[in-house]
Write a protein that binds this ligand. Sequence first.
Ligand SMILES: [Fe+2]
Length: 223
Amino acid sequence: MNQYVTGAVIKELREKNKMTQLQLAEKLGVSDKAISKWERSRGLPDITLLEPIADAFGISVTELISGNTIHNENVSANMLRSKFYVCPVCGNVIHSMGEAAIHCHGIQLVPLEAEETDEKHMIFIERIEDEYYVRIDHCMTKQHYISFMAAASSDGMQLVKLYPEGSVEARFKIRGVRRIFFYCNRDGLFSIDPVKGIDDKESGYDDSQERRELEKAADKLFG
Ligand SMILES: [Fe+2]
């Protein structure tokens, strides 16, 4: 984290906001030469300018100083674009509907990037009535284990915490689930479309009630 705003951050934000040095200068009531000096590390903006600079870029003073800006274009926060943050020290799991500046144990956490499952992290999904029964073939030692599983739909998130020496299984209500996530403390975050991961692919549809009705109608029509 920076201790004060840097010229590089000002330049980056100005360019991101498609502003010229002169346009920014006019907003702040300083000369464009002053901006140019800040950006070339030949000077620093006065402390009274921190708030106006942050305002000009539509960010907070904290973001300006830390250089970590948050961009959430979708303010309605789609669950399917959820981010997970895991503290490497204590294993704390934080779910966010968008980008956020999250600290745990004094560490700024980064949003995890999910990978497709691999042969060392195989997932088995079964439909049992209105639930997905999810199992992962993985060890559960204190050193290497699956620490949580989650199922995301557009309007909900089901999250199950797992513990070393425990079993690697979870049940999720199927309704609307589009993505299943799980996190290995060593190998990171994985995700899969549940329909792709399902053992019985034929039954990998989303809404059993609707399907049953369709099947009933098809039976009537086609005998
Ligand atoms: Fe692993």
